[in-house]
Design a protein around this ligand. Structure first.
Ligand code: NDP
Length: 474
């Protein structure tokens, strides 16, 4: 499978260097594929799709189940590779690899639900609805959770009988390539899953502009999502967009403060703050603000920053230099304009071993004004602004005053407060007394500038199937 695109891309001789974000060292090199590589991959995927579609959905699911088994036997090696290319600590990388295997197993378990339906019609006879695959699907993946998001997109498409062409992020293609190989070893026919490495503006743009796609699923920045949406729209290709977020975490006056502070630390600093549904703004009831921020800062101070492959490291570097530079610029602008009070962090950590990597300290800024860049844009790194609110209504008003609407959480001991907030928050998912957990059984996606469409959950197959109604005269 990959031989094909490697040969195609190698003709141009161009490669993409994958760099370890903790050390700046070279982890690997992949072909810089472009239009030609994408066109070749789509052709191969098209040729392979019919045979795959003939298999029973349960059989297709079984292949994913076997893929999960193989992935689990290689968890440590895959996690080490993921840490090396992405930067996250090994513990988080293992979680992601296991999360990927969980998703494969989940789609194996629900594969039997891919089926049509039969409708007796009293006056006409009988109708039945066939569920057919849409053909070749495209999947464009970001670098923050490359393996998990790969599984979210690829699994429902494959179980539905489609073939898939994947474009991983340029900085994190390596673990994805390994996992795709394991899925082939599990019995996925050659050609059904294609991975094309290359930059977003060449390979990504070419995939988004492919008119023959049955569906394209994109996860990434909202700005890129708009471009992708325009490109697929020109060809009438249906699209799912999972875009940026600025999740609010509301801490009510009756919340368990210690649990909320721990939730904020995990929710913000997991993956060095580079999670679409990370806690990006804390809105705390003014009556408990002092107590909450004190515990929050104590817990944050305990995070060990360093090379994720080292034991005991709680937070690795950002994935790439531009991402780290964006955070530096944002924080400098915010602090020099006197926006907020810096409670901890606020810069690149001191020490020679931080110099070659893309590190930034876990940072907390309190009393951030509503028009600050930290609240108006998606902060994709380890910076947590804390704002206080007079009451729940005020907190919900602040939470909803964002162009984004991906996730949100409310922390309270009162079920009525939880339910009121959940119904009033503009978000695709609301957690109560937790933040971040996303099992594959639940639908996931955003509203407003956070995207359209849902992944996972019971509707996960919908974008990947088309209905054909057959009416038979009695
Ligand atoms: P980008 O939008 O920069 O990149 C995402 C993917 O799109 C990459 O594979 C990239 O390739 C590719 N790409 C870039 N430009 C184009 C283009 N013009 N046409 C087609 N493809 C293109 O996002 P990041 O990788 O920086 O990821 C971070 C963003 O993703 C954040 O905003 C985050 O919130 C969001 N995200 C959303 C999630 C959700 O489910 N809602 C989940 C995870 C992340 P290349 O790497 O080569 O540039």
């Amino acid at each position: 499978m990959r031989e094909e695109y490697i040969r195609g891309s190698a003709l141009s001789g161009e490669t993409i260097r994958v760099v370890n974000p903790a050390t700046g060292g070279l982890v690997g090199e992949v072909p810089a594929g472009g239009k030609t590589a994408v066109a070749a991959a789509v052709d191969t995927a098209e040729a392979a799709q019919a045979g795959w579609a003939k298999r029973d959905p349960r059989q297709r699911g079984k292949t994913l189940g076997e893929g999960a088994r193989i992935i689990r036997t290689q968890t440590d090696a895959l996690a080490a590779l993921l840490t090396a290319e992405q930067g996250k600590p090994l513990r988080e990388a293992r979680n992601e690899i296991q999360g990927c295997a969980n998703v494969l197993e989940y789609y194996h378990s629900v594969s039997g639900s891919v089926r049509g339906e039969c409708l007796p019609l009293s006056s006409y006879g009988l109708a039945y609805v066939l569920k057919e695959p849409v053909g070749v699907c495209g999947a464009i993946i970001p670098w923050n959770m490359p393996v998990l998001i790969f599984a979210w997109k690829v699994c429902p498409a494959l179980v539905a009988g489609n073939s898939v062409v994947v474009k991983p992020a340029s900085s994190t293609p390596l673990t994805t390539l390994r996992i795709a190989e394991m899925m082939e070893a599990a019995g996925l026919p050659e050609g059904v899953l294609q991975v094309v490495t290359g930059s977003g503006d060449t390979a990504g743009a070419a995939l988004a502009a492919t008119p023959s796609l049955g569906h394209l699923s994109f996860t990434g920045d909202t700005k890129t999502g708009v471009e992708v949406s325009r490109a697929v729209g020109n060809n009438g290709v249906p699209v799912t967009l999972e875009l940026g977020g600025s999740d609010a975490m509301i801490v009510c006056r009756d919340a368990d403060i210690d649990a909320a502070a721990a939730g904020a630390v995990a929710g913000r600093f997991y993956n060095c703050g580079q999670t679409c549904t990370a806690v990006k703004r804390v809105i705390v009831d003014a009556s408990v603000k002092e107590q909450f921020t004190r515990v929050l800062c104590e817990k944050t101070a305990g995070i060990v920053v360093g090379d994720g492959s080292r034991p005991g490291v709680g937070m690795g570097p950002l994935n790439n230099a531009p991402a780290r530079d964006d955070i530096c610029r944002m924080m400098d602008a915010c602090l020099s304009a006197g926006e907020g009070t810096l409670l901890c962090g606020g810069g690149i950590p001191d020490g020679a071993h931080y110099e070659k990597g893309f590190f930034y300290e876990p940072t907390i800024v309190a009393d951030v004004p509503g028009d600050s860049v930290l609240l108006k844009t998606e902060v994709f790194g380890p910076v947590l602004p804390v704002i206080s609110a007079d009451n729940l209504d005020d907190a919900i008003r602040i939470a909803n005053a964002s162009r984004y609407g991906l996730g949100a959480s409310v922390w309270t001991r009162d079920i009525k407060t939880a339910m009121t907030a959940s119904s009033q928050l503009d978000a695709g998912i609301v957690w109560v007394n937790q933040h971040l957990r996303l099992p594959p059984d639940v639908p996931f996606g955003g509203v407003k500038a956070s995207g359209t469409g849902r992944e996972n959950g019971s509707g996960a197959f919908e974008p990947y199937l088309r209905s054909k109604t057959v009416i038979v005269k009695s």
